[in-house]
Design a protein around this ligand. Structure first.
Ligand SMILES: [Zn+2]
Length: 86
C-alpha cells in the first residue's frame, strides 16, 4: 500500500481527479434542474480540490521531503537535494 503514496502516484492521481472533476463540471452545464446542477458542481469541485490536495501532500521528494515543481514533467533529480528520482 505504501508505494501508492509516493510522488509519482500523487501526480497521476492529481490528473485523474482533476479530469473527473472537470467532467462533472461540464456535465453540470447540460440542462439539469438547479438542484442536480448544484450537486454535480459540488462533486466536481470536491474532485478538483481533492486532486490538488493529494498533489500538495504527496508530490514531494522521497529523500528530503521538498515539494517538487508542478510545472513541466517529472524531474529526474530533486531540485533541492539532487538525489535521483525514480
Ligand atoms: Zn530531495
Amino acid at each position: 500500500m505504501k508505494k501508492f503514496f509516493n510522488y509519482k502516484y500523487g501526480r497521476k492521481m492529481f490528473f485523474i481527479f482533476a479530469a473527473i472533476g472537470t467532467l462533472f463540471l461540464i456535465v453540470a452545464q447540460c440542462g439539469f434542474s438547479k438542484t442536480i446542477q448544484l450537486i454535480l458542481m459540488i462533486i466536481g469541485a470536491v474532485f478538483v480540490l481533492g486532486g490538488y490536495l493529494w498533489m500538495f501532500i504527496l508530490y514531494k521528494c522521497p529523500h528530503c521531503d521538498t515539494r517538487l515543481p508542478w510545472d513541466g514533467g517529472l524531474p529526474n533529480h530533486c531540485p533541492s537535494c539532487g538525489e535521483k528520482l525514480n
